[in-house]
Design a protein around this ligand. Structure first.
Ligand code: HEM
Length: 519
């Protein structure tokens, strides 16, 4: 009888079996090999867009990763994004299951950002497309002008305090975005970025973003960790309780002042939400979550864009000079800019367009999934695959523009567009994917566009931006997280002349929203 060494044979067989499963990635599904069981989990790092973009150069504009048992499909070119997000929008319009977002935050049925594609999402989507429609946002114009001017007044003040050292402006920009959102949702605003309400919301957003970062709950990728991850779920539940409490507090205040607020801001979000709640279409928790998600989706995104923009401008005196010439020609120095001027300021629109292209708030868009097995270019896309738009690679290695990584507002001069026109524009001509696309395209797009262009126009009309003394601004490093802020760096906001402060101080433009004193 022949003696067979069963143990080594069984081990070799098991190894072969694992290798076969692991190699199940067919040649048509390109991607880096990774390691058994974990796949590519350990290769992602704190700023995933960096390895993704390297792999995009090697494996092409669509490639696959294995993240434990999960598959990720990374999309890296305008053509592939158009196909997946827009043309086949219905197939790829869902969000993948993420325990923190889908189970703890949404409870499977609340909010909007994490909801699966379907009737519940459609109803939530209607809230946003109504409250942030083009015509509603036009009606918010006095709010946006007022916030842009308040921001400039605060920058003048801090410029005086900090002198030639300069100061970091992220809080100013967060306060600006906070006031825009709280005004159009709840009908009031706060006077300063030190206000306790503003600070509390920033803290909540920070905690929420930490807990929603896929890294926070590794049990989504390594299911055997689930029993050890209960603490994380409890922590997230606490963050959600704070988020919902915050919204409830503001909603109660709205209801107390409803008549006055509705008269001044007839399309405010609370009014619309209350109508749906009264009609029995929204449960109470969903009221608070939809309001809370507006801060989560709109505050850090808009303020991070403005923070990048300020740093970019401080490094580019040539761009500022051209913008200042345009402003002097169109607005002059005897009055402040207004909404009506924006159409006559094409170069300033080009600056905004270019800045959200080279430094948007996040180099990766929001993740999508398909609810059934599907295919793309003949490749299998399994149900539940995370589909990740790599906006960074789309705007750099797969861009059709010349020298795509450089900041060149002039490239848009022959066809300056608003962010809305660019995002909703004809496919095939579209180069900017910062706001996503298709059925789940950012519904805050009109508001983001209008508030950013107003802020930018006022900042450029009021100031010359230069780095603080001895500061060498670094536009390559960024903080990790769901939005990627630039590192804190000091900038000086030097008023462009003696006319600036008196005109800003004498400004009688009032916000439609009530100003609260520090609570
Ligand atoms: C610069 C500012 C902003 C950027 C870059 C941005 C970007 C995005 C992106 C990339 C998406 C995902 C789109 C997709 O899946 O294709 C998104 C979704 C969303 N955005 Fe924005 N956003 C901004 C501002 C805002 C504002 C101001 C609001 C609200 C007032 C808002 C509300 C939302 C909501 C609710 C969603 C989820 C939509 C859904 O799942 O159907 N965003 N945004």
């Amino acid at each position: 009888m022949i003696y067979l060494p069963w143990q080594p044979i069984a081990s070799a067989g098991l190894a072969w079996f694992i290798y076969k499963i692991y190699k199940a990635r067919t040649p048509e599904r390109p991607g880096p090999p990774g390691i058994p069981f974990l796949g590519n989990l350990l290769e992602i790092g704190p700023l995933p867009h960096i390895p993704f973009t390297k792999w995009a150069q090697k494996y092409g504009d669509v490639f696959f990763l294995k993240m434990g048992p999960l598959e990720w499909m990374i999309i890296n070119s305008p053509e592939a994004l158009h196909e997946v997000l827009s043309r086949r929008g219905a197939t790829f319009a869902s969000r993948p299951h993420q325990t923190m977002l889908s189970d703890v935050a949404s409870e499977g049925r609340d909010g909007i950002v994490g909801l699966s594609y379907g009737p519940v999402w459609k109803m939530a989507r209607r809230v946003f497309t109504t409250v942030f429609s083009k015509s509603s946002v036009q009606a918010y114009e006095p709010i946006l002008t007022h916030e842009a001017r308040s921001l400039c007044r605060a920058l003048i003040e801090d410029n005086r305090v900090h002198g030639s050292k300069g100061f970091s402006t992220r809080f100013h920009h967060q306060w600006h975005s906070f006031n825009v959102i709280i005004s159009v949702c709840f009908g009031f605003r706060v006077n300063s970025y030190t206000d306790s309400l503003c600070q509390l919301q920033l803290k909540i957003n920070h905690q929420l973003f930490q807990a929603l970062d896929p890294k926070y709950y590794l049990a989504d990728f390594l299911p055997f960790l689930r029993p050890f991850s209960m603490k994380k779920k409890r922590e997230m539940k606490k963050v959600m309780d704070n988020t919902l409490d915050f919204s409830k507090r503001l909603y109660d205040r709205y209801k107390e002042n409803k008549e006055r607020i509705d008269a001044k801001i007839p399309t405010n979000m609370c009014k619309y939400i209350q109508e749906l709640q009264d009609a029995g279409e929204l449960r109470e928790r969903n009221v608070y979550l939809l309001l809370g998600e507006t801060f989560a989706a709109g505050l850090d995104t808009a303020s991070t864009s403005l923070t990048w923009l300020s740093l970019i401008l401080a490094t580019r005196p040539d761009v500022q000079k051209k913008a200042h010439d345009e402003l002097d020609r169109i607005v002059g120095r005897n009055r402040l800019p207004t909404q009506e001027d924006i159409d006559s300021l094409p170069y300033i629109r080009c600056i905004l367009q270019e800045s959200v292209r080279v430094r948007g708030p996040s180099p990766l868009g929001l993740t999508r999934t398909c609810l059934e097995d599907s295919e793309y270019r003949g490749m299998l896309v399994r149900k539940g695959t995370w589909i990740i738009p790599n906006v960074h690679a789309t705007h750099s290695v797969y861009s059709h523009l010349d020298d795509p990584t450089s900041f060149v507002p002039e490239r848009w001069e022959s066809n300056p567009k608003s962010l809305v026109e660019e995002t909703m524009g004809k496919q095939g001509t579209r180069e900017i994917w910062t706001f996503g696309g298709g059925r789940r395209v950012c519904p805050g797009l009109h508001l983001a566009n209008a508030s950013l262009i107003q802020a930018l126009t006022h900042i450029l009309w009021s100031f010359t931006l230069v780095p603080g003394d001895g500061v060498n601004i670094d536009l390559d490093e960024m903080e990790e997280g769901l939005t990627n802020l630039p590192l804190e760096q000091m900038v000086r906001y030097i008023p462009r002349g003696e006319h600036v402060e008196p005109l800003l101080s004498a400004d009688r433009q009032v916000s439609l929203a009530d100003t609260l004193s520090n609570e």
